[in-house]
Design a protein around this ligand. Structure first.
Ligand code: NAP
Length: 498
């Protein structure tokens, strides 16, 4: 079991708001940090008065940051020293930056903090040595990461801190650093910060998600780590789907969003057993844009389906070898066959000629459907159709409407509510079923138009879950809890779409 703790960071402008958030934080966090620098100056005495007259059931850390260290307002070192004097002993732990670390005070724990809001620079080792020389109870080291590779100094620092028995909290901030906020504790970080409401640092995860989505207290060094690798990954539903499945199956695994820019460096320096600089116990990946093609060069083998489609969306790490699969094809066709019935002879129109369209064309052709590809750039439609031996056409021909199944494999409909989709509604009247691969803003305008026309519809969320079911099977060798995964996708989609 991980000894990692969640420290909920409370940011509020007023004492009343802070008190409310402290109450919320106390439910899921082990420690509560109060960001005094976020309070209005006139609210500071009220807050201190509250702390003096109330017992809070969780340990409190007081933080009053300088602006260049992530603090909210313009405040001088002298003013900060004044604050620490005023604070007195109404909390047991304080978080101090280097310039005020020697401020007198009788606190049980002094945390010495270092923040760098530009991407990691200088020598993290030298910074650690400098901080360590001040003999703090705990060192906090945080910097901004741009790519997952930038988190390597965190893992190195945690190893070094363990060797010299110096308690430390090390974090890479930003989307790319989220992995350090989740796997930091089992690798030696004393705690991880979670937000209550507004995040107090880039990439900060809510205390609720740390507890319920990532099950942070159950993660240890034996936990098998999976994740979606891509750029961007912040809106991915996959962490919700796979973590729900892992929790339901009772397996010691976690699924993370992994912001990867340089796929080659990531595989070499963080994944491959013979070359990696840190062992995070990766078990496999879901692969999304822009790496579905480029990852192939970094794998040991890929299966026949992935080879035929020319794209990998799933990686299994087994015995130190990296195996590539494509579950989009099966994820696409499973709900379609269930809803439409046998696809042999069905006339299918696909709009789009990108990676997802390739998986659709592959599986439709395999099932015996008669496929026609459309794209805004007709030459791309032609290229894809020629490669797979299917038809292509332009949208302005009359034949464009005569299809049983109409598929949108473009991002159209993702954001614009007014967007009517790639196919004009009157073209849908010939169709029996409309399938829109888009996973956000569901029901998309195309799905709505199809529903209004009384047609059968399939959303991108159904495909996403169906391909995730296959991923789960590849990674665990067990039957996936499909209904649980669908429920998790729906719940998280609603929270993203607002
Ligand atoms: P991709 O490789 O980038 O291909 C996108 C395709 O859409 C290209 O043909 C592109 O044309 C076309 N396109 C983009 N914007 C367009 C516009 N405004 N008007 C007309 N055509 C446009 O992306 P992908 O991986 O195939 O993904 C396509 C969609 O499927 C995305 O929405 C993605 O989220 C979704 N998807 C869903 C699942 C799922 O499980 N539900 C799985 C994979 C993908 P150009 O080449 O001319 O740019």
């Amino acid at each position: 079991m991980s000894s990692g703790k969640v420290c909920a960071s409370v940011s509020a402008e007023t004492c009343a708001e802070a008190v409310e958030k402290i109450g919320l934080a106390a439910r899921s966090a082990d420690i509560i940090e109060i960001r005094f620098d976020h309070l209005r100056p006139d609210e500071l005495p009220l807050m201190l008065g509250y702390l003096r007259s109330h017992t809070i059931i969780k340990p409190i850390i007081a933080t009053y940051r300088a602006p260049e260290q992530g603090g909210r307002g313009p405040v001088s070192a002298a003013e900060r020293r004044g604050f620490w004097k005023m604070l007195g002993d109404c909390v047991e732990s304080v978080d101090l930056e280097e310039d005020v670390f020697d401020t007198p005070g009788k606190w049980e724990t002094r945390i010495l903090s270092y923040h760098n809001f530009s991407f990691v620079d200088g020598d993290p080792n030298a910074i650690f040595n400098r901080l360590n020389a001040r003999r703090p109870d705990i060192i906090k080291y945080a910097y901004l990461a741009d790519d997952i590779i930038d988190t390597l100094p965190v893992w190195n620092l945690l190893q070094k801190a363990e060797r010299v028995s110096q308690p430390v909290v090390a974090i890479a901030m930003g989307e790319a650093g989220k992995i350090t906020r989740i796997l930091g504790p089992p690798h030696g970080s004393r705690w991880t910060y979670g937000s209550v409401g507004e995040a107090t640092a880039p990439g900060q995860i809510s205390a609720d998600d740390l507890t319920n989505l990532y099950r942070i207290r159950e993660i240890d060094r034996e936990t098998r780590v999976y994740g979606v690798i891509g750029d961007p990954v912040s809106q991915s539903l996959s962490p919700h789907i796979h973590n729900a499945a892992f929790a339901n199956a009772g397996v010691n695994s976690v699924f993370l969003p992994l912001l990867v820019k340089d796929i080659g460096q990531f595989i070499d320096r963080m994944v491959r057993p013979d070359t990696r600089e840190v062992d995070l116990n990766f078990g496999g990946f879901a692969v999304t844009m822009p790496h579905k093609l480029s990852i192939i060069d970094h794998l040991d083998e890929i299966d026949e389906t992935a080879k035929a489609i020319g794209a990998v969306n799933t990686v299994l790490i087994d015995g130190g070898r990296l195996h590539g699969y494509n579950t989009d094809a099966e994820g696409f066709v499973r709900p379609l066959s269930t809803r439409y019935g046998p696809l042999k002879g069905a006339r299918a129109a696909i709009y789009g000629a990108g990676g997802a369209a390739r998986a659709c064309v592959f599986s439709l052709k395999k099932e015996g459907a008669i496929v026609t590809v459309f794209a805004r750039d007709p030459s791309k439609a032609e290229k894809l159709a020629t490669e797979f031996g299917v038809n292509f056409d332009t949208m302005d021909t009359e034949s464009a409407g005569a299809y049983d199944i109409v598929i949108n494999a473009t991002p159209i409909g993702m954001n614009a509510a007014s967007d009517t989709g790639p196919l004009a509604p009157d073209l849908l009247e010939h169709a029996k079923l409309v399938y829109d691969l888009v996973t956000s803003s569901v029901p998309t305008p195309l799905i709505q138009a199809a529903e209004n026309a009384g047609l059968e519809t399939i959303t991108g969320v159904e495909m996403l879950v169906a391909q995730a079911v296959r991923q789960f099977e590849i990674w665990t060798g067990e039957t996936a809890p499909a209904a649980i995964m669908m429920k998790a996708a729906e719940m998280s989609r609603l929270s993203y779409d607002g």
